[in-house]
Design a protein around this ligand. Structure first.
Ligand code: GDD
Ligand code: MN
Length: 417
């Protein structure tokens, strides 16, 4: 392919994932900025890219001729979407193309596109035509022409006029389930819009400039609302179209990432985060530790059943319980070492270091068990508190002990001078 200035690819920024306040290379953005930049993330959309570029160009040429840009950000698709997009550039002067070879993922693709954008308003739309293009103008008008300052316009399947075309009951259920889960964990973010999973929205540059966005997960809108300075939001209903070409990239992995994303946002934004920052409490770690603890309860229960139940192995109860707890402790250690304290253990990878951590963890958790029994007894016998309430409090106290002492002793960061 012939490379000249009219069809050369955009280079991929390698800086942290922050949107500059003014377009890069401009003098405070005064003259060189444009009205609108729209990022189209693609992965194997060879069959769709021509059509979406053509449709969007028709729409925007009518509305703001010359004052916009389309930025296709392709992750080196095996079907060479980037190459097809590149070949369209001479015909569509507003089109730019980025081919990423060293980075992957939907959210970071969108952020990288915005980083090189010149628009005062930044947007994103799927490249597979599932997002109807004509909705775009309604959103753009709301932001640029509205009487009041609107920072974010979201295309929503759940606002009036919105919907999904022919989703199975299971898919609707999973989608709503994810939304409810998000509402519980992060109400102040997901509660602000009717369709927090939308990947079709426009945001004012000034509302997200200067904050570092996290690339995790599929749902970049959560980052924008969670970390940006978003005052007013407007929603425009749309019907999520069926895919005609290519296929969705969503797998079960996205659900796990979504949960991780919610927890990360929870622990780094909001009032709780301010408090924990103020008092220097690692709240995110604690939440991870508590979740791992919950998995340990599950392991303990299952093993207790398998070992001691009369219908299974029928071992004596005490012996079974000791074995079950010990294995639950290994389970918890493993996940804590990989996940809760992963950043620390990755710096101390040698086997003798791991075994040392495991031994410390084991001893501290056993002490935690003693504390648990002790507190339970005091609350129940001395204060007459209901045994289950007492047990809950005792578990809480033991968890805090386990967390705090392990943080200080097992996964201690050794200061290197
Ligand atoms: N660059 C890049 N890198 N693009 C990607 C990647 C990636 O790793 N993964 C997916 N894409 C592109 C796809 O090519 C498509 O243009 C768009 O991102 C959405 O991906 P789909 O796989 O089609 O997702 P969907 O149909 O399930 O849509 C759901 O997620 C969207 C994105 O958040 C819905 O919730 C949509 O409303 C939402 O916009
Ligand atoms: Mn899609």
């Amino acid at each position: 392919m012939r490379l000249n200035s009219s069809n050369s690819l955009l280079s991929v920024p390698s800086s942290s994932l922050q949107i500059p306040e003014f377009p890069v290379g401009t003098n405070e953005g005064v003259n060189e900025s444009i009205e609108f930049s729209l990022v189209i993330p693609t992965y194997n959309e060879a069959a769709n890219v021509c059509k979406i570029v053509a449709t969007l160009t028709d729409l925007l040429d009518e509305f703001i001729p010359g004052d916009y840009e389309l930025i296709v950000v392709d992750d080196d698709s095996p079907d060479r979407t980037w190459e097809i997009a590149q070949s369209l550039m001479p015909e569509y002067p507003q089109l730019k193309v980025m081919r990423r070879q060293n980075e992957r993922g939907l959210s970071s693709a969108v952020i990288r596109g915005w980083q090189v954008a010149s628009g005062r308003v930044l947007g994103v739309i799927d490249g597979d035509l599932q997002h109807p293009p004509h909705i775009l103008l309604k959103m753009l008008r709301a932001i640029t022409e509205g009487a009041e300052v609107i920072d974010l316009a979201v295309a929503s399947r759940h606002a009036s006029g919105g919907g999904v075309s022919s989703w199975s009951v299971l898919r609707r259920f999973l989608s709503r389930g994810a939304q409810v889960l998000g509402l519980v964990i992060l109400p102040e973010v997901l509660g602000r819009v009717s369709d927090p999973m939308s990947g079709y929205f426009l945001v004012r540059r000034s509302a997200i400039a200067g904050v570092t966005l996290n690339p995790i997960g599929y749902k970049i809108l959560l980052e924008v609302i969670g970390r940006g300075k978003i005052r007013k939001i407007t929603e425009v209903g749309y019907v999520f179209q069926e895919r005609e070409e290519g296929e969705s990239k969503v797998t079960w992995k996205q659900y796990i990432e979504y949960l991780h994303h919610l927890i990360l946002l929870r622990s780094s934004t909001g009032r709780l985060a301010q408090l924990s920052h103020h008092f220097n409490i690692p709240i995110g770690r604690f939440i991870r530790f508590a979740l791992v603890g919950l998995s340990g309860v599950f392991v303990d229960m299952t093993l207790l059943y398998l070992l001691s139940d009369p219908t299974t192995l029928n071992f004596p109860l005490t012996r079974s319980k000791i074995l079950a707890s010990e294995i639950a402790i290994y389970n918890n250690f493993l996940w804590n070492d990989i996940w809760t304290f992963g950043d620390i253990s990755r710096q101390q990878k040698q086997w003798h270091q791991r075994i040392k951590r495991l031994l410390k963890f084991n001893i501290i958790c056993l002490a935690g068990l003693v504390i648990n029994v002790f507190v339970l007894n005091i609350l129940f016998n001395k204060f007459g508190i209901n045994r289950y309430v007492a047990n809950l409090i005792a578990i809480g106290i033991a968890t805090i002990w386990n967390f705090w002492i392990n943080l200080k002793l097992s996964w201690r960061v050794t200061e290197v001078k």
